[in-house]
Design a protein around this ligand. Structure first.
Ligand code: TXA
Ligand code: MG
Length: 346
C-alpha cells in the first residue's frame, strides 16, 4: 500500500486526511499522549483494517476520539455526573472515559462490549483532523502490537509506512504515555490505566475514585480484566528489561554492579537513568529530571534500545509521586514485571 505522508498541517491537508477517513481508509495522527491510528468509528470494514495493520487481537477494544465535548452523544448514550465533572474540568486533555455505548458505534470498535472509551484530545492537529473527518475516530496507539507506543512521527513512519493510508507528521507527544482511562459506569470512578490525569485529580473533581487492581499487578490466566488491553504483554522491547527501584544512591550502586556483571558475560548493556554518573554501559540514556520528563522519553528510549541492539537494559526508578504511577505502570509492563527493589518498604 502507498502511504500518503502529510508534513504540512493546514486546512487542505487536513481535508485530504478527513476524506481518506470518510472513504474507509486509516490515518495515523499525533495526539498529546501518543500517536493514534484512526478510522471512522461508524465503518466496520475500516476499523477492521486497524486491527490488521497493527496485528492487534480483535478482543481488545479501541478508544473513540471526538473533536469537542459537544459531540459526546455521538459515541455514548449517557453521561453520568462523575464523567460530566471530568469533562468539564479536564477536556480536552489526556484522559479517556468509559461510558455506555451509542448503538451507531461499530461493535468492532468496542470488541462487542456495551461500553465505549471516549477521548477528546488536546492536540490541535488531532482536533483539526477529527473535525475535518466529520465522524468519531476510533483509534488505538499507532504502533505495531507489542511494541512501545509511538511518541514522534519517526516512530510512526517506522511502524506504519505501507500499512496506513496516510500518516500525519506532527511534533513530539507532550505527555508521552497513553491517556488515563477512567471507568465511569459504576458508583465510583475507577482508573483502569494511569496517565497524565492522576487519581488525585479524579478524587479532587469527583469526590471519590480508586485504582483498578490491575494497574500495577499482572493479570492471572483465569482473570478477565475491566480493561481488556491489560491482559496483553505491552511495550515489549527486544532487550531484556529490568526495573531497579528505590532511593537514588542504592539504585545507582545496584545498577553499577549489574552493568559490570552483564558486560562481563559479553552482553550489550543499556541504562535509562535520572543520574548523571557514568554507569559504563554500551548505551546510557537520560530519563530527565522528574516523572513528567520520564513519561515523555520512556517509549522513545525503549525503541532506541532495540535500534542499538541492546541485550539487557536496566531502568532506574526513584520518584514515587502520583504522576510516577503512569511511568511505573508502563515500566513494569515493558520489564515483564522484572523488578529489583533496592530498599525495603517501597
Ligand atoms: O492516549 C491514548 O489513549 C491513545 C491515543 C491514540 O488516544 N490511544 C491508546 O489506545 O492508547 P490503545 O488502543 O493503545 O489503548 C486503549 C486501551 C486498551 O487497553 C483497551 O483494552 C482499553 O483502552 N479500552 C478500550 N475500550 C474500552 C472499554 N470499553 N472498556 C474498557 N477498556 C477499554
Ligand atoms: Mg496501545
Amino acid at each position: 500500500m502507498d502511504t500518503v505522508i502529510i508534513r504540512d498541517i493546514n486546512d487542505e491537508s487536513m481535508a485530504c486526511a478527513g476524506k481518506i477517513i470518510r472513504d474507509g481508509g486509516i490515518v495515523a495522527f499525533p495526539t498529546e499522549t501518543v500517536y493514534g491510528l484512526g478510522a471512522s468509528a461508524y465503518n466496520d470494514d475500516a476499523v477492521k483494517k486497524i486491527y490488521k495493520a497493527k496485528g492487534r487481537p480483535s478482543d481488545n477494544p479501541l478508544i473513540v476520539h471526538l473533536a469537542d465535548v459537544s459531540e459526546i452523544s455521538k459515541a455514548a448514550r449517557e453521561v453520568p455526573e462523575s464523567a460530566q465533572k471530568l469533562f468539564d474540568k479536564f477536556a480536552p486533555g489526556p484522559f479517556t472515559v468509559i461510558l455506555k455505548k451509542q448503538p451507531g458505534i461499530s461493535d468492532t470498535v468496542t470488541a462487542g462490549l456495551d461500553t465505549v472509551g471516549v477521548r477528546i484530545p488536546q492536540d490541535l492537529t488531532a482536533r483539526a483532523f477529527i473535525k475535518a473527518a466529520g465522524v468519531p475516530i476510533a483509534a488505538p496507539s499507532a504502533n505495531i502490537s507489542g511494541k512501545p507506543s509511538p511518541t514522534c512521527a519517526e516512530h510512526v513512519l517506522n511502524d506504519m509506512t505501507g500499512r496506513a493510508d496516510a500518516i500525519i507528521c506532527g511534533g513530539r507527544a507532550k505527555v508521552g504515555v497513553e491517556s488515563t482511562i477512567i471507568d465511569c459506569t459504576g458508583e465510583v470512578p475507577v482508573i483502569l490505566r494511569p496517565g497524565g490525569i492522576t487519581l488525585e485529580d479524579v478524587i479532587a473533581v469527583c469526590g471519590s475514585g480508586r485504582l483498578d487492581k490491575h494497574v500495577l499487578s499482572s493479570v492471572a490466566a483465569d482473570e478477565q480484566p475491566k480493561c481488556p488491553g491489560m491482559k496483553y504483554k505491552h511495550y515489549a522491547p527486544d532487550a531484556d528489561v529490568t526495573v531497579v527501584e528505590g532511593g537514588i544512591k542504592s539504585t545507582e550502586k545496584e545498577i553499577l554492579r549489574l552493568v559490570k556483571e552483564h558486560k562481563d558475560m559479553g552482553e550489550k548493556v543499556g541504562v535509562l537513568t535520572m543520574s548523571s554518573i557514568d554507569f559504563g554501559a554500551d548505551l546510557q540514556l537520560s530519563s530527565g529530571k522528574d516523572n513528567r520528563d520520564f513519561a515523555r522519553c520512556l517509549f522513545g528510549a525503549l525503541r532506541e534500545f532495540d535500534e542499538r541492539k541492546i541485550d539487557t537494559a536496566f531502568v532506574q526508578f526513584c520518584i514515587g509521586d502520583s504522576y510516577g504511577l503512569a511511568v511505573k505502570n508502563r515500566l513494569y509492563k515493558s520489564a515483564g514485571n522484572k523488578i529489583i527493589y533496592t530498599e525495603k518498604n517501597i
